[in-house]
Design a protein around this ligand. Sequence first.
Ligand SMILES: Nc1ncnc2c1ncn2[C@@H]1O[C@H](C[S@+](CC[C@H]([NH3+])C(=O)[O-])CC(=O)[O-])[C@@H](O)[C@H]1O
Length: 326
Amino acid sequence: MDWFNASLARLIDSPHAAWLETLPAQLRQFTDKPHGDFRKWQRVLKQLPSLSIERDDDVSLGDTVTVGRAQQATDSQRAQLRGLLMQLCPWRKGPFELFGMNIDTEWRSDWKWQRVAPHIDSLQGKQVLDVGCGSGYHLWRMLEAGAADVWGVDPGELFLTQFQAIKKYMPTALAKRAHFFPVGIEQMPQLNSFDTVFSMGVLYHRRSPLEFLQQLKGLLKPGGQLVLETIVVEGDETTVMMPGERYAQMRNVWFLPSAKALAVWMQRLGFTDIEVVDHNTTSLQEQRATDWMRGESLADFLDPNDHKMTIEGYKAPIRAILTART
Ligand SMILES: Nc1ncnc2c1ncn2[C@@H]1O[C@H](C[S@+](CC[C@H]([NH3+])C(=O)[O-])CC(=O)[O-])[C@@H](O)[C@H]1O
């Protein structure tokens, strides 16, 4: 619980103060009854070596989110860091580099950011929320883009621990502006307070995508921007696909609309300025197994004889980015 105190304190004078009515009790519940391996991961976190940077430019929040230079750690400290962080595998979203040690994650999340960044309102001085933030990789990119505070929510306990590991090495001036709460969007009140809300890779995991969009809308302040990224299918305003039990081996995939159908949903819910700004087929270079994620990845989820199809016989994943305002 203590780990959340600084972020909770930051909420008091923020536009999101109403979150304090529900969040502390949810966090208490989380820390009292954590799931699975959470305590083990937290022990790993405590053993991470104390390493510090010397200057601001020892940090880069660019494509590879980097803290520290190789010469600021010994080889044995780097080996210790690697051995401990390996215990937090699978590392899905990144890449990161800590004191000369690269974390080559399953996803090149920097490629997603490159597709998103040209289409978003300036984040300079803004309050930004990332719903389903994973390891928090994009939160650091949002700080790079000038956000005042970035708030990530994701119920994944491993992702929280990975975020804590990276944050541990960030200089205080940056770390105090980056926040992560292990809650799902359905646990958040309608705050109407964020300038920009991102939700990337989450809509297809929601059983009720319209309710999800309505919740995202209720988090934005009037005139705020939603940046939504999700798997879509080819088709017109009337096309929506619901796969069977699995899609590209994922079990919890519900609605896959076409980008045009998704735009209709958003319009019906009262969003304005809706634009489909990007359409992209995920490549085997963008999502792949690495030393840091040794399980199956996209290559195993596609038909080995035809990479345009999934192994279940559906079209391979295409992802769209939509922007809209409240
Ligand atoms: N109810 C929920 N509320 C909030 N988050 C949730 C919920 N359910 C699942 N998640 C979280 O949404 C994230 C989806 S991954 C996208 C990561 C990043 N955004 C990316 O775009 O690279 C996409 C994927 O791997 O399929 C996971 O971290 C879940 O824990």
